[in-house]
Ligand binder design. Structure first.
Ligand code: CP
Length: 333
């Protein structure tokens, strides 16, 4: 492991080992020690965060290290990532210097850089994360990029294993209505990891809200190798039948990428139907309810579901800490 950018870069054995380490450390069976003693890790946040920022800072501290949090455009200079541009606009520093200076101080760099939802063909290539990867000689950790949120997906897989035990599960990833289009990193990484862990994955979304075609090919490939399956449904009601996990998330449509107002108009028709509520949960086999958070109550999910015993969202958020500690301990030797 040289970087942690997406789960697809790792095999099933490595992914299982990280989750085993995280569970063993959380339950006190293993002491991860202080592998980061005397070392610092930079956490670069282009966007807001609660869970990622707090869990990374705490995790680095618990492993004996020091976290350096930087917010380009706020607590550090605005950053240009494109090659060969004339920097006569608003950007003060190029990522080349930023990374090369930073790695003289730190042992790894974590990066959060959301999709701007402006240009699909550009953003699906994850350009800012790719620039960090190309310039850095220390490990880079993806703390949510335009296309992936692998730390979240690992915490999600850990939570499913802890709550439901070993083996494949029937897992529903359901789109939900939200007042504005959101990035696809979380659903992309959840679907990918579910396929890598061999679960039977059902993805429910209205027509026009398909995940990236190339990613879906990769997901289908992983299901074949790992013994799971994937199906796409466009009917929110029957989507909940027989599943053991309900994972809710909203995301934007490729069709309206760069046209937020168009997406808002399109999704208006789904407002009342595409919400996780008690009647839909009743169609499952006592499914657990998951969401990466933050979540809009009574928009994505009703109070009745998120406050019910089926909801595991707080444990899921706690697992970010444990699984990221396992990743950091493995990555930083
Ligand atoms: N789930 C998640 O990444 O939360 P934050 O955006 O608060 O970090």
């Amino acid at each position: 492991m040289t970087n942690f950018l997406t789960t697809s870069a790792l095999g099933r054995g490595d992914l299982d080992a990280l989750i085993e380490t995280a569970i063993a450390a959380r339950t006190g069976r293993v002491d991860l020690g202080k592998p980061l003693a005397g070392r610092s890790v930079a956490l670069v946040f282009f966007n807001p965060s609660l869970r990622t920022r707090a869990s990374m800072q705490v995790g680095i501290y618990e492993l004996g290290g020091n976290a350096v949090v930087l917010e380009p455009g706020s607590t550090s200079w605005t950053l240009e990532h494109r090659e060969g541009v004339v920097m006569d606009g608003g950007k003060t520093e190029h990522l080349k210097e930023f990374v090369r200076v930073l790695e003289r101080y730190v042992s790894a760099i974590g990066v959060r850089t959301f999709a701007e939802l402006k240009d699909w063909e550009t953003e699906r290539a994850d350009p800012i994360l790719a620039a960090f990867e190309s310039y850095a000689r220390v490990p880079v950790i993806n703390l949510e990029s335009a296309m992936h949120h692998p730390c979240q997906a690992m915490a999600d897989m850990m939570t499913i294993k802890e709550k439901l035990g070993l083996g494949k599960k029937k897992v529903l990833l359901t789109w939900a209505w939200h007042p504005k289009p959101l990035p696809m990193a979380v659903p992309n990484s959840f679907a990918l990891a579910a396929a890598q862990f061999g679960h039977d994955l059902r993805i429910a979304h209205p027509r026009g809200y398909e995940l990236d075609g190339e990613l879906m090919e990769s997901i289908r490939g992983h299901t074949e190798v790992n013994g799971g399956s994937v199906e796409i449904v466009n009917d929110i009601g029957s989507a909940f039948d027989d599943v053991e996990v309900v994972y809710a998330k909203s995301w934007g449509s490729h069709r309206f990428y760069g046209d937020a107002e168009g997406d808002v108009r399109e999704r208006a028709q789904y407002r009342t139907e595409w919400i996780v509520n008690e009647s839909k949960m009743a169609r499952t086999v006592n499914a657990i309810f998951m969401h990466c958070l933050p979540v809009r109550r009574n928009v994505i999910v009703t109070d009745g579901v998120i406050d019910s015993p089926a909801s595991v969202v707080i444990d899921e958020a706690e697992n970010r800490l444990h699984v990221q500690k396992a990743i950091l301990a493995k990555l930083i030797k």
